[in-house]
Design a protein around this ligand. Sequence first.
Ligand code: R5P
Length: 329
Amino acid sequence: MSVAKPLRMEIPAFSNGHTNATLLAGSASRSLADAVERELGCRLAAAMIERFPDGEVMVCLDEPVRGHEVILLAATAPPVNEHLVELLALADACRRADAARIVSIIPYFGYARSDRRDGRRTPIMASLVAELVQQAGIDHVVTLDIHTPALEGFFRIPVDNLTAVPVLANAFGSHIATGAVIVAPDFGAIRLANRYATKLGLPVAVCHKRRLGGAEVSVGRITGDVSGCLCIIVDDMISTGGTIVESVRVLNEAGALPEHVVAATHAVLVPGALEKMADAGVRALFVTDSIESRAESGARLTPSVVSVAPLIATAVARLLEGGSLRELA
Ligand code: R5P
């Protein structure tokens, strides 16, 4: 049997003034890790991630981490299963290399939406991922605008959830005119919408959404007055764009200005999502770099990407000092 050469790719790791601290990055977070590293002014080291011909993942740390605080920055972004296994492999490698503590920063937490059974015979994938993360030896998890903060209950280890609301609100602030309203596209987004609304001093409207399938949603009605308003639709993530498009349709029917601003922390953006939103009348889209750019070239809607690297760098610095992350949450 011939064995093809495995795919190898470098991933960054660093140590900073804390001689016993190392940052490792999964391959879904390489650019973000580079930016965090620049923010912190750290020395980069290397580790390897390999894919064997049969698709199995192999990782190898090129530096000792014995006795170190390891900060493992790895989004479980699409392809989610690949990146989840990488995260588990990196954590296992660190644990077996005798790291003192492994803090996993998961800027995008795949499977977060699978948080209940809805009365059907389905798994609760977010709970399963939480179990796997803990089994792999991770001691502390840091997430970013996770789909629902209640996921913390699936873990027996500390979980901190950072928020990108301040950085995104600053980014789209210039689009706000009098008569703007923050729109939660479903009940799950109300908490996020309230945070934006409080920061910007704007009212909130809520869409009554029902999910009919993976790519199909339906919005029945809206609570709140949007007539004649510029709508800023806020969400934790955009995948197919279906939620935004359906919200826009109902907002237009309710007399909102037909051009809409959208802000979402996680730009999952499956192919076709940007075009769909452009067709619907979304004129500006603000996202973060929690997921590396999946924007399609030539799409009529180009997302403005705001970096969460300074936020994550601040969180890392505080974690290494044993400080609080409360102000970042
Ligand atoms: C769902 O509850 C989430 O907060 C998002 O609204 C949803 O996942 C977005 O997915 P899509 O863009 O496919 O509608």
